[in-house]
Design a protein around this ligand. Structure first.
Ligand code: SF4
Length: 360
C-alpha cells in the first residue's frame, strides 16, 4: 500500500512537472552545455504519454545539432561465448545462468575475419568484437591483438573491443594494435550495482573506462534499462557516464532471458524506452547514443521514433539474441528520413537531403 501511494505520488509530481516544463527549454540548455536538474530529469522520465512526441521533437533538436540526420551502424560479433565466472544477473553467459545458449572459446581468426567482411557488407562502420569473461587471459588477449591487426589491414572498419575488465597495460596494448574504441558498460547506477552483480563492483567497471581513456582510445560505455532500477538510478547512470566523459553510450533494454536471475523482470514498454532515450540525449547531448540490445523487443513498432534521440544502432544480431534483418533496419532508417553514416562520419547515401518528419 505504501509503495502504491509512493508511486501514485511520484506519477502525480511527474505530470505536474511535465505541464510546467518546456521540453524545448531543456533542449536549449543541453545545447548550451548546461546540465538539467534532477527534478527535470525525473520529469522527463515520468511525463505522460501525451507529451512524448514533444519530448522527442526537443531531443531531436539536440541530436540534429551534433549528428544531423545520420545513423551509425555497428555490427557485433560474440567471438567467445558463455563460460563466464561472473554472476551478472542479466547475462545468459554467466556461471549462474542456465539459459540454453551456444558456449564456445575464442573463435578462429578466419571466422572473425569472415564476420568483419559481413559487417562491411551490412554497411556497418564499426565492428564490435566481444568476448565473454571477467578479463582476458594473456593467450586470448594476444590472439585478439593479432586479429585486430588482421582486420585493420583488410577492412575499412573501426574496431570496438569489448573484453571485460582491463588494466592500463592491456588498454595500452590495444591502442598499439589499432583498436579504435573499447566498450565496457557501467550497466547501472553505483548505488544499484550490487543488486545486479556481486563478483565485481561499479568501481571496477569505472576504472576500466578510465584505463581506456588514459590509453587514448575512444570510450564506449552505457547500461541496461529495465532491471528493477529506480528512475534515479537511470539518471545517476547517465550522470556517471557524463562525469567519465564517455564518447559513445549504448543503451540496452533488458531482454529477460529464461535461465537468468532476471528472467521474470518485465517493466518496459515502448514509450518508457523512448523517454529514457530523450533523457539521455538531454544529459549526454553530443555523445553517440546507440539503441542497443532489446531495441526490437521493447520499442517494437516505435523503433523509428528512437532515432529522433539516438544516432546509432546495431545491425545484425546481439550477443545471444537475434536482431531483425539488416534490410529492415536500412528501410526503417530511410523511410523515416534518416541516412546511413559511413565509417568516417559522412553520409553514406544520396538521400542526405532528406529530413525526418517534424514531430511537433
Ligand atoms: S556480462 Fe560479461 S562479465 Fe558479466 S556474466 Fe556476462 S560475460 Fe560475464
Amino acid at each position: 500500500m505504501g509503495d502504491l501511494y509512493y508511486h501514485a505520488q511520484q506519477a502525480f509530481i511527474g505530470i505536474i512537472m511535465s505541464t510546467l516544463l518546456s521540453w524545448n527549454q531543456l533542449a536549449d540548455r543541453a545545447l548550451a552545455g548546461e546540465i538539467i536538474s534532477r527534478e527535470e530529469a525525473r520529469a522527463v522520465l515520468r511525463a505522460p504519454d501525451q507529451v512524448l512526441l514533444e519530448q522527442l521533437a526537443a531531443a531531436y533538436r539536440v541530436r540534429r545539432h551534433y549528428w544531423g540526420n545520420r545513423v551509425r551502424l555497428h555490427y557485433l560479433l560474440n567471438a567467445q561465448s558463455g563460460l563466464c565466472p561472473e554472476d551478472c544477473h542479466y547475462c545468459s553467459q554467466s556461471k549462474i545462468s542456465t539459459a540454453e545458449i551456444d558456449k564456445y572459446p575464442l573463435m578462429a581468426q578466419q571466422k572473425i575475419l569472415d564476420a568483419a567482411a559481413r559487417a562491411a557488407e551490412l554497411k556497418a562502420g564499426t565492428f564490435c568484437l566481444v568476448i565473454s569473461g571477467r578479463s582476458p587471459g594473456e593467450r586470448v588477449f594476444k590472439e585478439v591483438l593479432d586479429t585486430v591487426r588482421a582486420i585493420k589491414s583488410n577492412y575499412d572498419l573501426k574496431i570496438c573491443a569489448c573484453l571485460g575488465l582491463l588494466n592500463q597495460e592491456q588498454t595500452q596494448r590495444l591502442a598499439e594494435a589499432g583498436v579504435d574504441r573499447v566498450n565496457h558498460n557501467l550497466n547501472t547506477s553505483e548505488q544499484y550495482h550490487a543488486d545486479i552483480c556481486t563478483t565485481h563492483t561499479f568501481d571496477d567497471r569505472a576504472q576500466t573506462v578510465q584505463n581506456v581513456k588514459a590509453a587514448g582510445i575512444t570510450t564506449c560505455s552505457g547500461g541496461i534499462i529495465g532491471m528493477g532500477e529506480s528512475d534515479d538510478d537511470i539518471i545517476d547512470l547517465a550522470l556517471s557516464l557524463r562525469k567519465l566523459e564517455v564518447t559513445s553510450v549504448p543503451i540496452n533494454f533488458l531482454i529477460p532471458i529464461a535461465g537468468t536471475r532476471f528472467e521474470e523482470v518485465q517493466e518496459l514498454n515502448p514509450r518508457k524506452c523512448l523517454r529514457v532515450l530523450c533523457l539521455y540525449r538531454f544529459l549526454l547531448p553530443f555523445q553517440e547514443i546507440r539503441i542497443a540490445g532489446g531495441r526490437e523487443v521493447h520499442l517494437r513498432s516505435l523503433q523509428p521514433l528512437g532515432l529522433y534521440a539516438a544516432n546509432s544502432i546495431f545491425v545484425g544480431d546481439y550477443l545471444t539474441t537475434p536482431g531483425q534483418a539488416a534490410h529492415a533496419d536500412w528501410d526503417m532508417i530511410r523511410d523515416a528520413g534518416f541516412v546511413l553514416e559511413a565509417a568516417d562520419g559522412s553520409p553514406l547515401e544520396e538521400a542526405s537531403t532528406l529530413e525526418p518528419m517534424a514531430l511537433a
